[in-house]
Ligand binder design. Sequence first.
Ligand code: FO1
Length: 314
Amino acid sequence: MTADHGFVLALSGGIGGAKLALGLSRVLPPGTLMVVANTGDDFEHLGLQISPDLDTLLYTLGGIDNPETGWGRRDETWTFMGALEALGGETWFKLGDGDLATHVERTRRRRAGESLSAITDDFRHRLRISSRLLPMSDDPVRTRLLTDEGWLDFQDYFVRRRCAPSVRTIVFDGAGAARPQPDFVAALADADLRMVVICPSNPLISIDPILALEGVRDALRACRAPVVAVSPIIDGRAVKGPTAKMMAELGMPVDAGSVARHYRDILDHYIIDEADLAGVGGLDAATTVTRTLMENIADREALARVVLMAGQGV
Ligand code: FO1
């Protein structure tokens, strides 16, 4: 797949999204991928400003991600966590020593008045990442969940409570006032934009915060370039994380078709796994069936090539 011209814009959050973003960055020419990251998972913890989905993308695209967990750094050490434990500090959110440097430096620069976008762009250059990486907004957006244990902040739900509570409602505090990142908005109207890729992230907590920003859904609907989404559901199950559990708790059928309908008004092409062929009849988006499970680098590149071909054909 040669990129004759133009660039590709990918929307991503969480571990699954980062895998496809890596595949796209490896099959596209350097500098022709822009990745927009969810920041609804961001939170302040131990006095540090933490942006998990940005960091998962930085580490994954920079080749220093932890291959077991998908978050944090590889070859990590845990001296800080051990010392914090001994002091009776909060250790439910694991911060490796290398990862800690990211949070400390980001917090210092944010307090000095730098934007999350500017800090992220500097970090990605230092990691020799040729793809552009943007937060969805430089304004705060915080995902919160109303559960059978009451309202929970995102990381409380996701990490501290391990997604156990039953979800009733998901809200994105600040999304109404947050301005979408300007280069993200400009990209959607750029004549050189070849396609928009919605990565196989959890639609409810990783993609919806991006779509909730003022004008984003409209801009995607009006976008001349095709919008191609990869199903995060394989054979009625989520590869990782609480996607299937959340969909069931919110009354959505847990199948690939459900996710396509969730994106219906912006979707031009849907990529599903061979195991889910039955569930997507009657969609008005074009559909491509392929192997969507990404277990290694070759899978990530192969899926990226299928996505690029699908977007080409729309
Ligand atoms: N996820 C966990 O399940 N346990 C953790 O201790 C944990 C720590 C962590 C530290 C930095 C970081 O960037 C991500 C971390 N995550 C952890 C993952 C994180 O909660 C999720 O990746 C996103 O918020 C949702 O995908």
